[in-house]
Design a protein around this ligand. Structure first.
Ligand code: GTP
Ligand code: MG
Length: 139
Protein backbone atom coordinates (compact mmCIF):
# COMPACT_ATOMS: atom_id res chain seq x y z
CA UNK A 1 0.00 0.00 0.00
CA UNK A 2 1.01 3.59 -0.62
CA UNK A 3 1.44 6.76 1.44
CA UNK A 4 1.22 10.40 0.34
CA UNK A 5 1.88 13.78 1.93
CA UNK A 6 -1.10 16.12 1.95
CA UNK A 7 -0.88 19.76 3.03
CA UNK A 8 -3.77 22.13 3.61
CA UNK A 9 -1.94 25.31 2.65
CA UNK A 10 -2.26 28.59 4.63
CA UNK A 11 -5.13 29.85 2.42
CA UNK A 12 -7.12 26.68 3.04
CA UNK A 13 -6.28 26.63 6.74
CA UNK A 14 -7.28 30.29 7.17
CA UNK A 15 -10.59 29.65 5.43
CA UNK A 16 -11.36 26.76 7.76
CA UNK A 17 -11.14 24.11 5.02
CA UNK A 18 -8.88 21.59 6.81
CA UNK A 19 -11.84 19.53 7.94
CA UNK A 20 -13.43 19.61 4.47
CA UNK A 21 -10.18 18.40 2.86
CA UNK A 22 -9.71 15.61 5.42
CA UNK A 23 -13.39 14.69 5.07
CA UNK A 24 -12.92 14.18 1.32
CA UNK A 25 -9.76 12.13 1.91
CA UNK A 26 -11.58 9.84 4.35
CA UNK A 27 -14.75 9.70 2.23
CA UNK A 28 -12.59 8.47 -0.66
CA UNK A 29 -11.48 5.62 1.61
CA UNK A 30 -7.96 6.68 2.51
CA UNK A 31 -6.68 6.48 6.07
CA UNK A 32 -5.03 9.25 8.08
CA UNK A 33 -1.75 8.02 9.56
CA UNK A 34 -0.28 11.33 10.81
CA UNK A 35 -1.66 14.81 11.35
CA UNK A 36 -0.10 18.05 12.53
CA UNK A 37 -0.75 21.81 12.50
CA UNK A 38 2.11 24.32 12.51
CA UNK A 39 3.69 27.27 10.67
CA UNK A 40 6.38 25.82 8.38
CA UNK A 41 9.74 27.59 8.43
CA UNK A 42 11.68 28.66 5.34
CA UNK A 43 14.26 25.85 5.70
CA UNK A 44 11.61 23.14 5.55
CA UNK A 45 9.93 24.87 2.58
CA UNK A 46 13.24 25.21 0.72
CA UNK A 47 13.65 21.43 0.98
CA UNK A 48 10.04 20.78 0.05
CA UNK A 49 10.09 23.10 -3.00
CA UNK A 50 13.73 22.47 -4.10
CA UNK A 51 12.55 21.55 -7.63
CA UNK A 52 11.04 25.04 -8.08
CA UNK A 53 14.06 27.06 -6.90
CA UNK A 54 14.85 29.80 -9.44
CA UNK A 55 11.36 29.90 -10.94
CA UNK A 56 9.57 33.28 -10.84
CA UNK A 57 6.90 32.04 -8.44
CA UNK A 58 9.38 30.40 -6.02
CA UNK A 59 9.84 33.28 -3.56
CA UNK A 60 6.16 34.27 -3.44
CA UNK A 61 5.38 30.57 -2.96
CA UNK A 62 7.73 30.16 0.01
CA UNK A 63 6.52 33.46 1.54
CA UNK A 64 2.92 32.38 1.14
CA UNK A 65 3.53 28.90 2.54
CA UNK A 66 5.24 30.32 5.64
CA UNK A 67 2.56 33.00 6.18
CA UNK A 68 0.47 30.95 8.60
CA UNK A 69 -0.39 27.51 9.87
CA UNK A 70 -0.78 24.52 7.57
CA UNK A 71 -2.44 21.21 8.29
CA UNK A 72 0.01 18.47 7.31
CA UNK A 73 -1.17 14.90 6.92
CA UNK A 74 0.14 11.56 5.79
CA UNK A 75 -2.55 9.49 4.13
CA UNK A 76 -2.50 5.82 3.20
CA UNK A 77 -4.25 3.57 0.71
CA UNK A 78 -3.79 1.76 -2.61
CA UNK A 79 -2.77 4.35 -5.27
CA UNK A 80 -3.51 7.22 -2.85
CA UNK A 81 -0.85 9.44 -4.50
CA UNK A 82 -2.68 9.44 -7.83
CA UNK A 83 -6.02 9.37 -6.04
CA UNK A 84 -5.39 12.47 -3.97
CA UNK A 85 -4.08 14.35 -7.04
CA UNK A 86 -7.41 13.54 -8.69
CA UNK A 87 -9.32 14.78 -5.63
CA UNK A 88 -7.23 18.00 -5.60
CA UNK A 89 -7.72 18.87 -9.27
CA UNK A 90 -5.58 21.01 -11.56
CA UNK A 91 -2.94 23.36 -10.09
CA UNK A 92 -4.77 26.47 -11.31
CA UNK A 93 -7.97 26.64 -9.23
CA UNK A 94 -9.80 28.59 -11.95
CA UNK A 95 -9.25 25.74 -14.42
CA UNK A 96 -9.71 22.91 -11.91
CA UNK A 97 -12.85 20.90 -12.59
CA UNK A 98 -15.89 21.19 -10.35
CA UNK A 99 -16.00 18.15 -8.09
CA UNK A 100 -12.36 18.61 -7.14
CA UNK A 101 -11.11 20.39 -4.01
CA UNK A 102 -9.55 23.23 -6.01
CA UNK A 103 -12.44 23.38 -8.50
CA UNK A 104 -15.12 23.49 -5.82
CA UNK A 105 -13.39 25.63 -3.21
CA UNK A 106 -10.67 27.69 -4.93
CA UNK A 107 -10.24 30.57 -7.34
CA UNK A 108 -7.64 33.08 -8.54
CA UNK A 109 -7.11 35.96 -6.12
CA UNK A 110 -4.93 38.02 -8.47
CA UNK A 111 -1.76 37.28 -6.48
CA UNK A 112 1.74 36.28 -7.55
CA UNK A 113 1.31 32.69 -6.51
CA UNK A 114 -1.50 30.22 -7.06
CA UNK A 115 -3.25 29.90 -3.72
CA UNK A 116 -4.75 26.51 -4.38
CA UNK A 117 -5.72 25.16 -0.94
CA UNK A 118 -3.85 21.85 -0.98
CA UNK A 119 -0.63 20.09 -1.86
CA UNK A 120 -0.34 16.41 -2.67
CA UNK A 121 2.78 14.40 -3.50
CA UNK A 122 3.07 13.66 -7.23
CA UNK A 123 5.00 10.34 -7.30
CA UNK A 124 6.15 7.55 -4.95
CA UNK A 125 9.64 9.11 -4.93
CA UNK A 126 8.39 12.58 -3.99
CA UNK A 127 6.00 11.10 -1.41
CA UNK A 128 8.88 9.35 0.35
CA UNK A 129 11.05 12.47 0.14
CA UNK A 130 8.29 14.81 1.35
CA UNK A 131 7.09 12.58 4.21
CA UNK A 132 10.68 12.53 5.50
CA UNK A 133 10.71 16.37 5.41
CA UNK A 134 7.35 16.88 7.17
CA UNK A 135 7.25 13.80 9.43
CA UNK A 136 10.87 12.67 9.95
CA UNK A 137 11.15 8.99 10.74
CA UNK A 138 7.66 8.10 9.54
CA UNK A 139 8.36 6.98 5.95
P1 GTP B 1 1.31 21.10 -5.29
O1 GTP B 1 0.41 19.95 -4.96
O2 GTP B 1 1.14 22.29 -4.40
O3 GTP B 1 2.76 20.70 -5.48
O4 GTP B 1 0.74 21.62 -6.67
P2 GTP B 1 1.08 21.09 -8.08
O5 GTP B 1 1.87 19.83 -8.02
O6 GTP B 1 -0.22 21.09 -8.80
O7 GTP B 1 1.98 22.26 -8.61
P3 GTP B 1 3.58 22.36 -8.68
O8 GTP B 1 4.24 21.33 -7.84
O9 GTP B 1 3.96 22.46 -10.12
O10 GTP B 1 3.80 23.80 -8.03
C1 GTP B 1 3.82 23.96 -6.64
C2 GTP B 1 3.01 25.20 -6.29
O11 GTP B 1 3.62 26.35 -6.85
C3 GTP B 1 1.59 25.20 -6.86
O12 GTP B 1 0.68 24.52 -6.06
C4 GTP B 1 1.29 26.67 -6.90
O13 GTP B 1 0.96 27.16 -5.60
C5 GTP B 1 2.63 27.27 -7.30
N1 GTP B 1 2.75 27.36 -8.76
C6 GTP B 1 3.09 26.37 -9.61
N2 GTP B 1 3.14 26.79 -10.88
C7 GTP B 1 2.84 28.11 -10.84
C8 GTP B 1 2.74 29.12 -11.83
O14 GTP B 1 2.96 28.87 -13.02
N3 GTP B 1 2.41 30.37 -11.42
C9 GTP B 1 2.19 30.65 -10.12
N4 GTP B 1 1.88 31.89 -9.80
N5 GTP B 1 2.26 29.73 -9.14
C10 GTP B 1 2.59 28.48 -9.48
MG1 MG C 1 3.76 19.62 -6.93
Amino acid sequence: TERSLVLVKPDGFKRGLSGEVLRRVEAKGYTLVALSIFVPDQDRLALHYAEHEGKPFYEPLVDFMSSGPVTAAVIEGERCIEGFRALAGATDPTAALPGTIRGDLGRDWGLKVQQNIVHGSDSPESAKREIEIWFPGLA
